[in-house]
Design a protein around this ligand. Structure first.
Ligand code: HEM
Length: 464
């Protein structure tokens, strides 16, 4: 992952093997770029499918059941966890693997070997996540299939990791790595640990459990690792890499960002050892320090790059960071006052929907069309509709989850199903916009005489 977003260069003199003409090299490079874009679209489409059906539809169904019975305790924990797994591994995991492969720098020739291995990784990952969901929901042969799916996910992750780590930029050993690379590497380690913890939990329930659901105390610790050890540092790393350019922010403060990462790691470690009260304070301070480092709420130095997307993009990136703070604050509140799981649940969704999903809807629609063969986003207006409705749905969900679950206001049970449907609509709009971009928008890369790298793609699609 350290190589993420390094430009893939047009073949240079060192690419020239005896007998290969410049035209052949350029053709091979163009074919390779097209194959990489197809690979990226494969991962993104799979992620969208996991997000919408096994993830969001099951999440909505769970919330309708919880609201109908006015209790989360009466719902199958296996179904709650199947939803969480589909969202985090199926959606975000597939997106990250796809972007990671796409970002491999300086592949030579047609890159066939790497691209084939990446498709193998996609196949194993997709089967692993799909089997896990199906076995957890339908309970068919789950004692065998749940650990088997965990093994498949680990194999897929290790395949990805070995390919990406073999293709570091040529000069990375001479130059110090940029700060964002370290942050993304720490997030990649968090991803690996999450995959391993999932496998360990899967074996435990297969051997000792009465159902495929992880025991509550293990699940609480595992969720802290997923949310704060894996998802959050990825977004910090990509923010450190891109937000200065996209939002015209003032320069990153690297040392402060490293402090945020360390505090965050301490918070995750404390949560894993069961010290939630101290952990949540650490995570709150880490969130605040990351905001100071990335300078997301400071006035921009330059104009934001919003050509081809909706002009509200910079606002929603900041809204996402606002949700990060809300999630961390609710975490502290949960460690002090939660009696029902409602404040923990609200904190979790402020993080996963408010921070992670709002960020994916903002930055994803900003970069993925360009990565997928220099396309333009199908509809900037739909981007806005998706983001507004996701923010509205998340606000209703987070506030009413606390009020309803904790028994502070009975009317809030009636609002929760509405919040779920609004979030479902938002995520469906996002999926439609991305799929229409892939299918209906022409690829401008096809007519380009030479390949361009990620930096050039971003610059070309946004000359402002
Ligand atoms: C329409 C949107 C969504 C709905 C209606 C929804 C609903 C739910 C519900 C009802 C729960 C059970 C716990 C609770 O009451 O809080 C839950 C748990 C969870 N959700 Fe969501 N969710 C949505 C979106 C997401 C997204 C986008 C993510 C991640 C990116 C996510 C990740 C999780 C996780 C990790 C859990 C914890 C599962 C466990 O207990 O192990 N959810 N969700």
């Amino acid at each position: 992952m350290g190589a993420t977003a390094q430009p893939r260069r047009v073949a240079d003199a060192t690419d020239r093997r005896p007998g290969s003409s410049v035209a052949e090299i350029l053709l091979a490079t163009r074919n390779r770029e097209a194959a990489m874009s197809r690979l990226l679209m494969g991962f993104i489409t799979t992620g969208l499918i996991f997000m919408l059906f096994p993830g969001t539809l099951l999440g909505v169904w769970n919330l309708l059941q919880i609201s109908g019975r006015e209790s989360v305790g009466l719902i199958s924990p296996a179904w709650l966890q199947a939803h969480g797994h589909a969202q985090v591994f199926g959606w975000i995991g597939s997106f990250l693997l796809g972007i990671g492969f796409y970002s491999i720098p300086k592949l030579r020739g047609s890159g066939t070997r790497v691209i084939r291995a990446a498709w193998v990784c996609w196949t194993i990952w997709t089967i692993g996540v799909a089997v896990r969901w199906a076995a957890t929901v339908y309970l068919w042969q789950w004692r065998v299939l749940v650990p088997a799916s965990g093994i498949l996910e680990l194999i897929a992750f290790l395949t990805f990791f070995s390919i990406v780590s073999q293709h570091r930029p040529k000069d990375s050993s001479e130059k110090a790595l940029e700060p964002w690379v370290w942050v993304v590497m720490s997030a990649t380690m968090g991803f690996l640990l999450a995959v391993i913890a999932n496998l360990a939990g899967s074996f435990y329930v297969a051997l000792r459990g009465a159902s495929p659901a992880f025991p509550h105390s293990f699940d609480q610790r595992y969720l802290a690792l997923l949310g704060w050890g894996f998802l959050v540092p990825f977004i910090w790393g990509f923010s450190a890499k891109w937000m200065r350019v996209f939002l015209g922010l003032k320069p990153l403060r690297p040392k402060i960002l490293f402090s945020a990462v360390l505090l965050n790691l301490a918070g995750v470690a404390l949560a894993i050892t069961g010290n939630f009260r101290l952990a949540t304070w650490c995570l709150l301070v880490a969130a605040g320090v990351s905001i100071a480092a990335i300078r997301i709420f400071e006035a921009s130095e330059q104009k934001a790059k919003i050509r081809g997307i909706h002009r509200s993009f910079p606002l929603f990136v900041r809204v996402a960071y606002g949700w990060l703070l809300v999630a961390a604050l609710l975490g502290v509140a949960a460690s002090l006052w939660d009696t029902s799981g409602g404040i923990w649940g609200a904190s979790r969704h402020a993080l996963t929907v408010g921070f992670v999903a709002v960020m994916v809807l903002s930055v994803g629609q900003r970069i993925l069309p360009a990565f997928a063969g220099m396309r333009l986003l199908w509809s900037p207006k739909l981007m806005f509709v998706g983001l507004v409705s996701l923010t509205a749905g998340c606000s209703l969900r987070v506030s009413c989850e606390v009020l309803a679950y904790q028994g502070y206001a009975n009317w809030a049970w009636l609002v929760l199903p509405v919040s779920a449907l609004v979030e479902l609509a938002a995520l469906s709009v996002f999926t439609t916009n991305m799929l229409c971009t892939f299918v209906l928008q022409p690829s401008h890369a096809v007519n380009e005489p030479m390949s361009v790298g990620i930096s050039q793609v971003v610059a070309l699609s946004n000359p402002r």
